[in-house]
Design a protein around this ligand. Structure first.
Ligand code: PRT
Length: 287
């Protein structure tokens, strides 16, 4: 295993599917057998470790895993108040959420001073309070955090929020956000030269997959006189290709747009005279 690069991902849970998918799209072939904690790639010197999210930062910092995919919320929580050998290398654009304070809907909290705050993120909350010189007590709890204000254990909570449905179902309201989070790729800072070479290749491929997810290939036809106007509307496209058509007054514009194309953009293009507007997904993109 010494010369093989190890990539740790969550064993099961919200991050698993997209993490495994990203690794596969990066050209690493592996198959997962139920309950196996390790999968060996059959086309590259790479092993995939399936572990709990909570354990990922220490595995990478200690060099037991070389690369890993983890939520930024966990990375921050497990890295605060200690020295680690972890480098964040890529934001991956999935598993987006935020870490927020919330309190019962019928209570108005003006200040956190002297309040009891229940959370599974004690270090992150401690740093937030310390930076603002707020004196409050932190109750460290794993699971059912939303229940704690109702049993008198806390005045407010600090937990992850995505759609907000869980807070709403528990009659809680969001009062302040500590951080926005998404899945990130992390790396041990002290990789050997040979492992670093493989790691850099994988990082570049993953960047390519992330870029492709956000990119679209757009094709449309328009009057030759409108080319400049239309190109201005294409988001994140560097230099579109303009191709003459059989009808001499018309051209086709092909553009790689590295930003999302919303219906509003397509409607504006149509208003400006574009026709046959095609928006296609991009599978891989190396810049
Ligand atoms: O692997 P391990 O068992 O250690 O981790 P885990 O149990 O924390 O895993 P999991 O699968 O629950 O979460 C993994 C990661 O997904 C988190 O660390 C976040 O980075 C990310 N993520 C994204 C979320 C959410 N969205 C999320 N909504 N993690 C948890 N939630 C929970 C939240 O705690 C709350 O209970 O969902 C509820 C709120 O969701 P909404 O949509 O109702 O607001």
């Amino acid at each position: 295993m010494k010369n093989r690069l190890t990539i740790a991902i969550q064993k099961k849970g919200r991050l698993f599917n997209q993490s495994a998918d990203l690794i596969k799209k990066s050209g690493i072939n592996f198959s997962i057998k139920t309950d196996n904690l390790l999968a060996k790639a059959n086309n590259m010197p790479i092993d995939i470790l399936f572990v709990r999210s909570d354990d990922i930062p220490s595995l990478v910092s200690n060099g037991d895993a070389d690369l890993a995919i983890v939520g930024e919320n966990i990375l921050l929580e497990k890295s605060l108040f200690k020295k680690t050998s972890i480098e964040k290398v890529l934001s991956l654009g999935f598993s987006k959420c935020r870490l927020s304070f919330a309190c019962p809907e019928n209570i108005n909290i003006r200040s956190f001073k002297n309040k009891k705050i229940a959370t599974s993120y004690p270090n992150t909350v401690k740093k937030y309070l310390r930076d603002r010189k707020i004196d409050a007590s932190i109750i460290n709890i794993h699971g059912s955090v939303e229940l704690t204000p109702y049993i008198g254990m806390s005045d407010l909570i600090c937990d992850l929020v995505s759609s907000g449905a869980t807070l709403e179902a528990n009659n809680l309201k969001e009062v302040e956000t500590i951080m926005e989070s998404e899945a990130v790729l992390i790396k041990n800072k002290n990789l050997s030269v040979s492992k670093n070479k493989i790691a850099e290749k994988i990082i570049s491929r993953m960047q390519g997959v992330v870029n492709a997810t956000e990119s679209k290939y757009v094709m449309l036809n328009v009057d030759a006189s409108k080319v400049k106007e239309i190109c201005k509307l294409l988001p994140g496209s560097e230099s579109p290709t303009v191709i003459p058509l059989e009808n001499e007054n018309k051209v086709a514009i092909h553009a790689l747009c590295q930003e999302p194309i919303f219906w509003e953009t397509m409607e504006k293009l149509k208003t400006k005279g574009a026709s046959s507007i095609l928006v296609m997904p991009v599978e891989k993109l190396l810049n």
